[in-house]
Design a binder for this molecule. Sequence first.
Ligand code: BES
Ligand code: MN
Ligand code: ZN
Length: 479
Amino acid sequence: MNFELETLDLSAASKQKCDALIVLITSHLKPGKDVLSLLVAQALKAGDLQAKPGKTLALYRPVGLACVRAVLAHAGEGSAHEVSRAVKSAVAAAKADNVKKLVICFAAATLDAPLRAAVIAAAEASYVFTTTKSRPQGRVIERVLIGVSNSSALKPVFDRAAAAVTGIEFAKEWANRPANHATPELLAGAAHALAKLPNIKCEVLGPKQVHKLGMGAFMAVAQGSQEPLRFIVLRYHGALKSEAPTVLVGKGVTFDSGGISIKPAADMDEMKFDMSGAASVLGVFRALAELKPAINVVGLIPACENLLDGRSIKPGDVVTSMSGQTIEILNTDAEGRLVLCDALTYAERFKPRAVVDIATLTGACVIALGGVRSGLFSTNDELAAALISAGQASLDLCWRMPLDDDYAEGLKTNFADVANVAGRAGGAITAAKFLQRFTEKFPWAHLDIAGTAWKSGKEKGATGRPVALLLEYLLDSTK
Ligand code: BES
Ligand code: MN
Ligand code: ZN
């Protein structure tokens, strides 16, 4: 999808030839004398357009306007969240088989965050996954022109948002693919392809190299699958070599059956999304290549399947992680922390300014926070604050959770340095406490995206979260 930004007032918008024109109305609007303004004023006065965010009024070939369809959409006070809601319902109302060119016009002056929200919401509302359809019927909308009162001032924000969309959609594509179309090897291929873009390099390690590094925890998860594991190392170089990088670590379990501690059959297909953390790292790199910011970023993806086999790890097995710590695997379904802990140890070699891991780690996090906010855990207040505010700015929210040492009690065992599970209570936190043992050498944050990475039910599909949050955080870190 192609986004453009232009300076448009309502009178200019009324002359736009397009398949659909969405007019975003806020309570701050002072309607002028043009046709569109009069139409809006009438609709509001008559109560046909309610002044509530998300309410819309659709018109067909309205007299005096050059568009085929117009949708008046109320965006409340004009906050980012309200604009997002308005754009989503207006795109749904305007969606038809032949809406190729769409114009979204802010009827009143707007700010950075609402503009960003409009771009991301327009993309979201029109996204279609087609890779595994025999007769793909992809997205119909080809061009989206966003009209604002001051396009030159908003251009940098707009470019960021358009790049975020590219990254979000790259992440969605990979997360949505079923496990047989997104094996560890194919994920590595996607990372390799990214290395063709500016400033990106990619290196992929296989079983032999991973064995040599001593990643016994990661290997333990992979050993039950016929698909060989991959350890993906991506680098984005936008600043001097001497500048410490931010390291992003994405959980890349391309399918999680639970292993010998097998999951129930219902909804098990959704465990193809268990590499959403990895997909978000790929998405961030895709966007970085577009924006070329002056920062350094490393992406680490431990990718493998968690399956059942004669060679699978068994409950009670003890393995040695790359850090040297031994781990008793009491539940083979707590595999995410096993692949991540070795990647976290590997991250030490980059002497990072910060390490953020992103993982669909626990069902407990879904129970705690649902699908609205990702769980945020951090040993560093400054890093936590930066991630929280990046989440707010990008409408990709997270919520900080505790890391009291008392939560680690349940991880104690008589048979190894640490156990990989600690009972049901506080499951998202005990998982984070496990990871924390591998993060002593750098400021660290962990995003549990189990509830936010995909939607279930009729709308089943990847959300592309938290690409927007991570990008916002990384781009702000240059200031
Ligand atoms: N990938 C799952 C977490 C998950 C479950 C995400 C459901 C989204 C929806 C993870 O590997 C897992 O299985 N975690 C276990 C941990 C438990 C065994 C301590 C869980 O949450 O049940
Ligand atoms: Mn699992
Ligand atoms: Zn998992």
